[in-house]
Design a protein around this ligand. Structure first.
Ligand code: SF4
Length: 750
C-alpha cells in the first residue's frame, strides 16, 4: 500500500505550475529549496521573500509525531475543538522503550509500563484521523523514509531529526507540538524564510568513508549553530553518488548544526529507493517532473554561502565528546584522546538509530563483524545494535546480518530510540564514573545517552563504530592498526562493503500500523482518571502587562550551553511528557547556575535560601511573582520538545533573556506566550546580579520594538538595558492571547 497516494498525485499535478509562477515572480533560476518552499506557500507568490528576515506562511503536506512529543501535541490538538486532522498525520511509538536486556523483553516491559500512554495515543489518533505506529514498529524517521517521504513534498514533525526525510528530496522541518496543531487544524504554518547554504559535493565516497562522514565533517566546519535559520541544500555530481539512505543520514544530522532542514535534489538513487520500498507510482511521477525536482542551472549563485567537500578525499571522522561539532579525522583521533586525557577504554559501541540503520549501514557494519568472526575476534567492548524499523530488522534477520552481530557478542535492541535518548539502563558503569562510548547516532550532549554526565560520547559511522567495538579502545585507527584475536594473532580489518539495497528486497516484518477510524466523532479518547502521566491542559492566562512584568525575580542565570535537555531533561522524565505539572519538576535541573557553578541550586530571593530550581519557581508563582531566566548563546538548541517552553510558562516564567536562541525553541516560547528576548548588547549579560529585581516596559511592544528593562540591585543602584525580540504582528497576538492555542480555540482567558 502507498499511503496518501491520491494526495501526492494532486501535489504533483500542481507542482510544476507553482514553480513556474515562482520563477516568473523572482525572475531568475531557483534553487531546489526555493522550488519546494514557494510551491507550498499559503498565499499566492507575489514577491521574493527576504531570507533570514521575513516570515512566510506555508501549507505543509503532512505531520509526523513521536510518542514523547505527540502526547503534548495531541493534548493541545484536543483543546483546539477540531474534528479531524486536516492533513495526513502519524504518531510513532519509539521514544518510551527503555533499553536494557534486548528487543523482546524490553518491548514487553515498555508495553506494560507505558500502556496508559499508548492507549491514549492510539485512541486520540484513531479519533482524529491520524495513523498510529505501535511500539516496536520503528523509529519515526526511518518509518517516514520508508513509507511517507516523497520528493518535492513538505512536512513538519515534532522531532528535531525530522529533516531525515530530506534524503528523499523533501523539505522536512522539526517543530514544536503547537506548530503541529496549527497544521493539523488546517491553518497556514509560519516560518522565517530561511537562508540557503549550498554544499557542493564532488568525487565519490570510498574505503572506510561513508555518508556519515560528510555531515561529521560539515559539523566541524559550521559548528552547532552555523546552520541556524538556514536550509542546507546539497548539490553537485558527488551528491548523486550517495545512496538515498546515506542522504537521509546527512540530512538527519543537519539538526546538529542548527539547520532548519537539509535537502538533496531528486535523483536516480531516490528513484531506486522508492522502487525498493514499493512506491513505483511515486517514483515514476517524480521522474516525470524531471528538472522541477532539481536546482535550476545557474541557481548556484543564489546560495547565501557555498561550502565544497570532495568525497574522494574525505576521511572518516569521529566527533565529540559532549558536542557534535568537535570533528576529528580518524588519523588524528588517537593523539586527540591522549592529549585530552579522555578515558581510552571503550565501554560500549552502539550502532543503528534513526540516523544510521539503513540496509547499507547494517551490511557494511556486518562485513566488519563477519571478518571478526572468521578471524577469531569478538567484540571487546559491549556492542549494541538498534534497528531503525521493523522492516530493517526483518530484512537483516532474513539476510543473516543479525546473526553475524550476535555471533561476535552483539546485543540487539528493540526498533526504538533507547540509548539515543537516555532510555538506557547500563550495567557496566556506575553513575558519575568517567567512561567512553561510541555511537552511530547523532547527538552526544552530556547525559544524552545514559543520564551520566561523565560519559564521554563520540559519534561516528556504524562501520567505524563496529571496528572500535572489536578493538575495545579509543587508541585505535581501523584503517591502519591491527587487533589481537583470541589466539594472540594480529588481525587487520579490510575495508567495509555493503549493498545500498537488499538484493532480495525488503521484508515488511510484523505490521505495526493501525489506521484511523473512518468516522471518529463518537470515539472516546482514553485518559486514565488520576493519571500521573497524562493531564488535560488548561489554557494559559492572557498577560496583564502593567502588572505581570514588574518586580520580576531571577530564577536562574545560566552559564554556558543550555539545550532543551538542560531545560527539560529526557531519560527518566520521558514518562511525564503528557503531564505538564509533573514534568515541570525537571525544569532547568541540569542547567549550570552562573553564581555557584552548581546544577539545580538557585537562590530563592524570597527566603534567601538555596533551593531546587522548580521549587523556587513554584514558590514565586504561589506568591504571585513572575520570574525570568537569563542565558547565553544558542539557548534551547537540540531537541524540539516544547515542554522546554511550556514548563517555564506553567511555573510562572515571563521572559527568557539570552544572547541568542535556537530557532525551534524560540518559536516554541512565542507559541506558549512566554517572551523570548535577546540582549541588544550581549555584554549586558554580565550586569545581571543574583538578587536583582526586574521591571520590563511593554507599553510599546510591537514588531521591531526595543524593550527597556530596569535592573534594581540590592545596593539600591539600578541599571537599564535594552532587549530586542523577533515577534511579528501575528506572534504578538499569540502573546496577548496567552498562547497561540488560545487564539485557535477562542478560549482567551481574561
Ligand atoms: S535522534 Fe535518537 S531519539 Fe531522536 S528519533 Fe532518532 S533515534 Fe530517536
Amino acid at each position: 500500500m502507498i499511503f496518501d497516494i491520491e494526495i501526492i498525485k494532486e501535489i504533483y499535478k500542481e507542482f510544476s505550475g507553482q514553480v513556474d509562477i515562482a520563477k516568473k515572480v523572482l525572475g531568475r533560476p531557483l534553487t531546489y529549496t526555493e522550488k519546494i518552499l514557494y510551491s507550498h506557500f499559503g498565499f499566492p507568490v507575489e514577491k521574493e521573500y527576504k531570507r533570514g528576515v521575513e516570515f512566510a506562511e506555508f501549507r505543509p503536506d503532512r505531520v509526523a509525531m513521536q510518542d514523547a512529543t505527540a502526547q503534548m501535541a495531541l493534548l493541545q490538538f484536543m483543546s483546539a475543538n477540531i474534528d479531524k486532522a486536516a492533513v495526513p498525520s502519524t504518531v510513532h511509538c519509539d521514544h518510551l522503550i527503555l533499553a536494557e536486556a534486548g528487543a523482546t523483553s524490553d518491548l514487553l516491559r515498555a508495553i506494560d509500563i507505558n500502556s496508559e500512554v499508548y492507549e491514549f495515543l492510539e485512541s486520540v489518533s484513531r479519533k482524529y484521523g491520524i495513523g498510529f505506529w505501535k511500539p516496536g514498529a520503528g523509529i519515526i524517521h526511518q518509518v517516514i523514509l520508508e513509507n511517507y517521504a516523497f520528493p518535492g513534498g513538505m512536512m513538519i514533525g515534532t522531532d528535531s531529526h525530522t529533516p531525515n526525510a530530506g534524503g528523499l528530496g523533501m523539505i522536512a522541518i522539526g517543530v514544536g507540538g503547537a506548530d503541529a496543531v496549527d497544521v493539523m487544524a488546517g491553518m497556514n504554518w509560519e516560518l522565517k524564510f530561511p537562508k540557503i547554504i549550498g554544499v557542493k559535493l564532488s568525487g565519490k565516497l570510498n574505503g572506510w568513508t561513508s555518508a556519515k562522514d560528510v555531515i561529521l565533517k560539515l559539523a566541524g566546519i559550521l559548528t552547532v549553530n552555523g546552520g541556524t535559520n538556514s536550509i542546507i541544500e546539497y548539490f553537485g555530481d558527488g551528491a548523486e553518488t550517495i545512496s538515498c539512505t546515506g542522504k537521509g543520514t546527512i540530512c538527519n544530522m543537519g539538526a546538529e548544526i542548527g539547520a532548519t532542514t537539509s535537502i538533496f535534489p531528486f535523483d536516480k538513487k531516490m528513484y531506486e529507493y522508492l522502487l525498493a520500498t514499493e512506491r513505483k507510482e511515486i517514483a515514476e511521477s517524480a521522474n516525470k517532473l524531471g528538472n522541477y525536482l532539481k536546482p535550476d542551472e545557474g541557481s548556484e549563485k543564489y546560495y547565501d554561502r557555498v561550502i565544497e567537500i570532495n568525497l574522494s578525499e574525505l576521511e572518516p571522522h569521529i566527533n565529540g565528546p559532549f558536542t557534535p561539532d568537535l570533528a576529528v579525522p580518524v588519523s588524528k583521533f588517537k593523539e586527540f584522546i591522549k592529549e585530552k586525557k579522555y578515558p581510552s577504554e571503550l565501554k560500549v559501541a552502539l550502532i543503528g538509530s534513526c540516523t544510521n540503520s539503513s540496509y547499507e549501514d547494517m551490511e557494511r557494519s556486518a562485513s566488519i563483524a563477519k571478518q571478526a568472526k572468521e578471524k577469531g575476534l569478538k567484540a571487546k567492548s559491549e556492542f549494541i545494535i538498534t534497528p531503525g524499523s521493523e522492516q530493517i530488522r526483518a530484512t537483516i534477520e532474513r539476510d543473516g546480518l543479525l546473526d553475524i552481530f550476535t555471533d561476535i557478542g552483539g546485543l540487539v535492541l528493540a526498533n526504538a530510540c533507547g540509548p539515543c535518548i537516555g532510555q538506557w539502563k547500563r550495567h557496566n558503569t556506575s553513575d558519575g564514573e568517567k567512561n567512553s562510548i561510541i555511537t552511530s547516532y547523532n547527538r552526544n550532549f552530556a547525559k544524552r545517552n545514559d543520564g551520566n554526565a561523565s560519559t564521554h560520547s563520540f559519534v561516528a559511522s556504524p562501520e567505524i563504530v563496529t571496528a572500535f567495538a572489536l578493538a575495545g579502545t579509543l587508541l585505535f585507527n581501523p584503517l591502519t592498526d591491527e587487533i589481537i584475536n583470541e589466539n594472540g594473532r594480529s588481525i587487520k580489518l579490510d575495508v567495509p562493503e555493503g549493498n545500498e539495497l537488499p538484493g532480495k528486497g525488503f521484508l515488511k516484518g510484523e505490521s505495526g500500523y493501525i489506521s484511523p477510524a473512518e468516522d471518529g466523532k463518537e470515539m472516546k479518547v482514553i485518559i486514565k482518571e488520576d493519571s500521573s502521566r497524562l493531564q488535560k491542559l488548561e489554557p494559559f492566562a492572557a498577560p496583564d502587562i502593567e502588572k505581570d512584568y514588574k518586580n520580576l525575580r531571577l530564577l536562574i542565570k545560566i552559564k554556558g550551553k543550555c539545550t532543551t535537555d538542560h531545560i527539560s531533561m529526557a531519560g527518566p522524565w520521558l514518562k511525564y511528557r503528557g503531564h505538564l505539572d509533573n514534568i515541570s519538576n525537571n525544569m532547568f535541573i541540569s542547567a549550570i547556575n552562573y553564581f555557584n557553578d552548581k546544577m539545580n541550586t538557585v537562590k530563592n530571593s524570597l527566603t534567601g535560601i538555596y533551593d531546587e530550581v522548580p521549587k523556587a519557581a513554584r514558590d514565586y508563582k504561589s506568591n504571585g511573582l513572575g520570574w525570568i531566566v537569563v542565558g547565553e548563546d544558542n539557548y534551547g538548541e537540540g531537541s524540539s520538545r516544547e515542554h522546554a517552553a511550556m514548563e517555564p510558562r506553567h511555573l510562572g516564567g515571563k521572559a527568557i533573556i539570552v544572547k541568542s536562541f535556537a530557532r525551534i525553541h524560540e518559536t516554541n516560547l512565542k507559541k506558549q506566550g512566554i517572551l523570548p528576548l535577546t540582549f541588544q548588547n550581549p555584554e549586558d549579560y554580565d550586569k545581571i546580579r543574583e538578587d536583582d529585581i526586574f521591571d520590563m516596559d511593554l507599553k510599546d511592544f510591537s514588531p521591531g520594538s526595543v524593550i527597556l528593562m530596569t535592573l534594581k540591585h540590592t545596593d539600591g543602584s539600578t541599571d537599564k538595558i535594552n532587549l530586542i525580540h523577533s515577534l511579528n504582528q501575528q506572534q504578538i497576538k499569540w502573546f496577548f492571547a496567552g498562547s497561540a492555542l488560545n487564539l485557535i480555540s477562542g478560549k482567551k482567558r481574561k
